[in-house]
Structure formats: structure tokens, C-alpha cells
Write a protein that binds this ligand. Structure first.
Ligand SMILES: C/C(=C\COP(=O)(O)OP(=O)(O)O)CCC[C@H](C)CCC[C@H](C)CCCC(C)C
Ligand SMILES: O=C(O)C1=CC(=O)c2ccccc2C1=O
Length: 303
């Protein structure tokens, strides 16, 4: 059977393929790491911030484009109409691979330039480590995301590695507050990835991808999601009690509005792919509001 796609559906598919909301994962670690550094040093290097933001966005383009290329090879994306490869044809795979790789090269070169100016390779090492782990999530021969350990990689890369890199880019040393904040950012980022698996169980199983949701089943995964989410707020409260975070970090609790919406939605529709497919975007709203408010909580006491 041939699926006929009209122009307006096609432009919707292209918008979905570009995944604009997902680019928040390149912004929030940078925002949180930078606000902790500003709170501790009362200095802000806007040039370093903007250059690293540019590098992070380039690297995120590579993550997204190469994911579609690698997933087309295993067949897990056969029903994902907004995969770049399904939109433009299998023969364009090599083009997209190199399109993505050029963004990776630009991102790494830009980070190298920053490291060169700072006369310190730490930033570059952190970013290279994140990229290597990012590749191992989706690229051959590793494809760790297919083995159900993608969430761990996601936590390390978008949490401790990215937030520490952003902090180090402003203040070349280590900080307990930045490390604690990176744990929070990492845990919320994994929550987005976890939510993205609910509607893909059938295709993932067929393509040999054993995501945590495939392994646990959707009902148990929905419960895990709620515990995981509440655990994040509990951890923020613990960091405040231990005085690692300022009391104003509790502003991030306002994001509970999206968190509760997410937990209810996924618990109601975990086994209905059409209904649960938007949970990833509710998770992005929770992530964005939590991350932005956490950063504001760090900044306000130093204003
Ligand atoms: C592409 C990713 C998830 C989507 O995967 P999946 O194929 O399961 O879902 P779809 O079928 O819906 O597409 C993201 C994977 C991210 C990876 C675990 C880690 C990447 C790390 C980056 C290189 C870190 C960037 C650091 C920068 C911000 C300094
Ligand atoms: O396309 C996706 O589903 C995701 C892409 C992506 O880059 C990312 C990064 C960090 C956490 C989750 C996700 C996705 O879910």
C-alpha cells in the first residue's frame, strides 16, 4: 500500500524531523552550569557563553541527524514518517551522514578554539567524551541504546559532562553545586528520552531495540516515570537542606505543573501509542521550566 502525503502534512513532517523543541537539551546544561558559575564568581563571560552555545547546537544537530541515519540501517524507524531518511529516500543516507558529521566537526573545532584561548584542554576533553558516548548510543558497532542502557549514557552526557563543561567554560575549576545541579539536569534529560520510547514499543521490538520501556512493559514504565520524576524534586529539596543549593532553587518546583501533567498523561495512556506519543513534548516542557527556574534560583541571590 502506498501512503500519499499532501504538502501540508509534508511540512508538518519536516517540522517534526527538525525536532526544534529537543534543542532545549543543548541550552539547559549551558544555562544551569553558567548560572552556578555566575552565582559563585559574580562574573559572566558572554563571549565564552555564546561560542559554547553555538558549538552545543552544532553537536546537537549531529546527534539528531545521525540518529535518523543509524536507525534507518536497523529498520526501527520504518514507520517513523518524520525520519529524514523516510522523507528523502534511502539513497540520501550518505548525504545525511556527512551533513551531520560536518556539524560535529564544526562543533568540535569551535570547542577546540575555546580550549586554545583558555590554554586548557579540559573543556575539549569533556565535550569529546560526550560525543564519543553519544556515538556509542546510536552508532555501529555499539548501539548501546538498543541494549537498554541509553538512559545511562544520556544522564552522563547531558548531566555531569555538559553542565561541568558549561561551568568550566566560565570558571575553570570544579564545584560541588555545579556537580549536584548536573545530576538534576541529567535525570530530567533522561526522562525525556524515556518518554520517547512509549509509543515505539512494537517497532523497537521488531528492530531488536530493547529500550527500558520494551524491557519493563509500558504499565511498569509509567510507574517508574512517576517515581523517577518525584525523586528529582526530592533530590532538589535535599540539596537545599544540605545548603548545596540556595533556597530559591525551590522555584523549580513550579515545573511540577508540567510534571504532574506528564505523569497523569503517561499513566492514563501508556499502552496507546497515538495518545502517548506527545509525552516526550510534555517532558520537554517540564525540563525547560525546571532548568530555567533552577538557573534563576542560582542567579537571584547574587543580584
Ligand atoms: C537521538 C537521541 C535520542 C532519540 O533516540 P531514539 O532513536 O531512541 O528515538 P527516536 O526513534 O524517537 O528518534 C539522543 C541520544 C543522546 C545520546 C544519549 C547522548 C548524546 C550526547 C551529546 C553528544 C552531548 C552533547 C553535549 C553538548 C550539549 C555540549
Ligand atoms: O528524538 C528524540 O526523541 C530525542 C532526541 C534527542 O536528541 C534527545 C536528547 C536528549 C534526551 C532525549 C532526546 C530525544 O528524545
Amino acid at each position: 500500500m502506498t501512503t500519499v502525503i499532501d504538502n501540508s502534512s509534508r511540512s508538518k513532517l519536516w517540522r517534526a524531523a527538525i525536532k526544534l523543541p529537543i534543542y532545549s537539551v543543548a541550552l539547559i546544561p549551558l544555562w544551569v552550569g553558567t548560572t552556578v558559575a555566575i552565582a559563585e564568581t559574580r562574573n559572566f563571560n558572554s563571549t565564552n557563553f555564546l561560542i559554547f552555545l553555538f558549538a552545543s547546537i552544532c553537536i546537537q544537530v549531529w546527534v539528531n541527524v545521525s540518529n535518523d541515519v543509524f536507525d534507518a540501517e536497523t529498520g526501527v524507524d520504518v514507520n517513523k514518517l518524520h525520519s529524514l531518511i523516510n522523507l528523502t529516500g534511502k539513497e540520501t543516507s550518505n548525504f545525511w551522514l556527512w551533513f551531520g558529521n560536518s556539524f560535529l566537526i564544526i562543533g568540535v573545532l569551535t570547542t577546540s578554539l575555546l580550549a586554545f584561548w583558555q590554554k586548557d584542554v579540559t573543556l575539549l576533553i569533556l565535550v569529546l567524551l560526550a560525543c564519543l558516548l553519544g556515538y556509542s548510543y546510536q552508532g555501529p558497532p555499539f548501539r548501546f541504546g538498543y541494549k537498554g542502557i541509553g538512559e545511562i549514557i544520556c544522564f552522563i552526557t547531558y548531566g555531569p559532562l555538559s553542565v561541568s563543561a558549561a561551568y568550566y567554560n566560565q570558571n575553570p575549576t570544579w564545584s560541588l553545586t555545579a556537580l549536584a545541579a548536573s545530576v538534576i539536569v541529567g535525570l530530567v534529560t533522561c526522562l525525556i528520552l524515556f518518554c520517547s520510547h512509549f509509543h515505539q514499543v512494537e517497532d523497537d521490538l521488531a528492530g531488536g531495540k530493547y529500550s527500558p520501556v520494551v524491557r519493563l512493559g509500558t504499565a511498569k514504565s509509567a510507574q517508574v516515570l512517576s517515581w523517577w520524576g518525584y525523586g528529582i524534586y526530592f533530590l532538589i529539596a535535599v540539596f537545599v537542606l544540605l545548603k548545596i543549593f540556595p533556597p530559591l532553587s525551590l522555584l523549580s518546583f513550579l515545573s511540577l505543573f508540567y510534571a504532574l501533567k506528564l505523569f497523569t498523561h503517561v499513566n492514563n495512556y501508556h499502552d496507546q501509542p497515538n495518545q502517548v506519543s506527545n509525552s516526550k513534548f510534555i517532558a520537554v516542557s517540564m525540563y525547560l521550566s525546571l532548568g530555567l527556574l533552577l538557573g534563576i534560583g542560582f542567579l537571584l541571590p547574587s543580584v
